[in-house]
Write a new protein. Structure first.
Length: 227
């Protein structure tokens, strides 16, 4: 990816940034690193109250900042707790409360580091999992997550934006849950705003994620290799 003039991101940072330490010249600052533990998939609906972890990868994700288009390969995970769906039987549908969500990665040229994370506690449990067919088993999931997006670039301030409307990811046709190698698609573009701003400063254009069956939990992280 051809580097746009530094002034472009710097101008956006001046207008919409929250203050953060500048990146060091030797590479990006360290952040939480993933750690995996196994979760077993099943062709049955999960029990109410279960904690459901899944790992995630998001190759070829696209974040747009004004006229800067950032393509990035993301990795991380999501953790959800099942709750009663008051409109349907728990044998057919459960609500999903997102208790953890974190994706991060760098652009192929290592010019940018991008982090997409849960903004606040999920108080409404608007995500849901439905059993569409019992024989053979087929599930559909729709996730609704309010996120923050942090973009780091060497020698420039860290840019942190937030979504006002939730990130919406969908997957149908799963034969077991938690998902195993199932692809989730972004239902619509997500506008990103600086805190207090009324005009979007960026967008999540694409977030094609594949989920497996492992949880990602924070641990201390080694620094990324120097450029």
């Amino acid at each position: 990816m051809k580097r746009a003039p530094s002034a472009r991101l710097a101008t956006a940072a001046t207008a919409v940034l929250i203050a953060a330490p500048a990146l060091g010249t030797g590479g990006f600052s360290a952040t939480a690193a993933p750690h995996r533990t196994v979760a077993h998939s099943s062709p049955d609906m999960p029990a109410v109250g279960a904690e459901i972890p899944s790992n995630m990868t998001g190759a070829n994700s696209v974040i747009e900042l004004n006229d800067e288009v950032i393509k990035v390969n993301l990795a991380g995970g999501i953790k959800q707790r099942t709750e009663v769906d008051p409109q349907r039987s728990p044998a057919r549908s459960v609500l999903l409360r997102t208790t953890d969500f974190h994706l991060e990665g760098t652009s192929p040229d290592r010019e940018f580091k991008v982090t997409v994370a849960l903004k606040d506690a999920d108080t409404h449990a608007r995500s849901n999992l439905r059993l569409m067919s019992a024989t053979p088993p087929r599930f559909a999931e729709h996730d609704v997550i309010v996120v923050t997006v942090t973009v780091e670039r060497r020698d420039e301030p860290t840019l942190t934006l937030e979504s006002r409307t939730p990130l919406s990811l969908s997957c149908s046709g799963m034969t077991q849950f938690p998902p195993v190698d199932n692809r989730y698609e972004l239902d619509r573009q997500v506008d990103l705003f600086a805190p207090g701003s009324t005009a979007p400063a960026g967008h999540i254009r694409a977030l094609p994620t594949v989920r497996g069956g492992s949880v990602i939990t924070p641990q201390s992280a080694p620094a990324l290799p120097a450029f």
